[in-house]
Design a protein around this ligand. Sequence first.
Ligand code: AMP
Ligand code: MG
Length: 276
Amino acid sequence: MSYAHRIEDKGQINLKDFDPKSHGSLRREEATEKMARLTEELVELQELLYAANQRSVLVVLQGRDTSGKDGVIRHVFGPLNSQSCEVASFKVPTAKELSHDFLWRIHTETPATGQIKIFNRSHYEDVLVARVHNLVPSEVWQRRYDHINNFERLLADSGTIILKFYLHISREEQEERLRKREQDATKFWKLSVGDWRERERWDAYTAAYEDVLNQCSAPNAPWFVVLADRKWFRDVAIAEAMADALRPHKEDWLRQLEETGKRELAAIEEFRKSGK
Ligand code: AMP
Ligand code: MG
């Protein structure tokens, strides 16, 4: 059984059916071991992805403030080779970005072949914060689900492996994390009154996230609900989903590398012969 809940069809997901505190049957000690194994596997798969240079990987991280997007980047993706793994963080759009369609700034950040790109927030903010705060009229954000689905289909058709993770935390856990930051001077840089303001719109965000999960999941661009109150469980769930998504390509990539190797070896031999 997988630890992250994969959604790949339009559906009727109800977030209250997911308990953010749950960690299935996994125990913390097991999780440490599992994480070590998965990390090793991911490092290996990343190298093959890079060497074969055929596919790219797009990871979308979404979740409320304190849900752990930064933690996932550090713990799950930190050990990967930074030569082919990059993060793009999407903040409040600039005036220039706002003068284009909402996918303009996103498309330039999509991963090239051989690369893993992690989106820390993404085009989904344009149907989340934009909806909750009425930044655009409802006719505008409502049309965006189709635009997003078409955009992701284009990326998938072009060889991008897409995984989208919604980090699901509980209201109580968020409060605890926000308060903890206020007691730790090394975390002061993360403090934001905006986080408390956003918290007041908890239910509006829940509805907006449910629509995202139900309207923008596809076999080639699935959403995963990740139970995120326990950081150690969250990390294993994401690492496992990543490994599960990349593993099926391993044989292909190896075969391809072997063929490339044989071709080059033949060329080297030819070169040496011709030199005599
Ligand atoms: P943080 O992730 O804490 O650095 O905050 C980034 C902020 O940028 C969040 O409050 C997001 O809601 C906001 N943001 C990101 N994308 C958009 C967008 N497309 N429209 C409006 N706000 C956005
Ligand atoms: Mg924030």
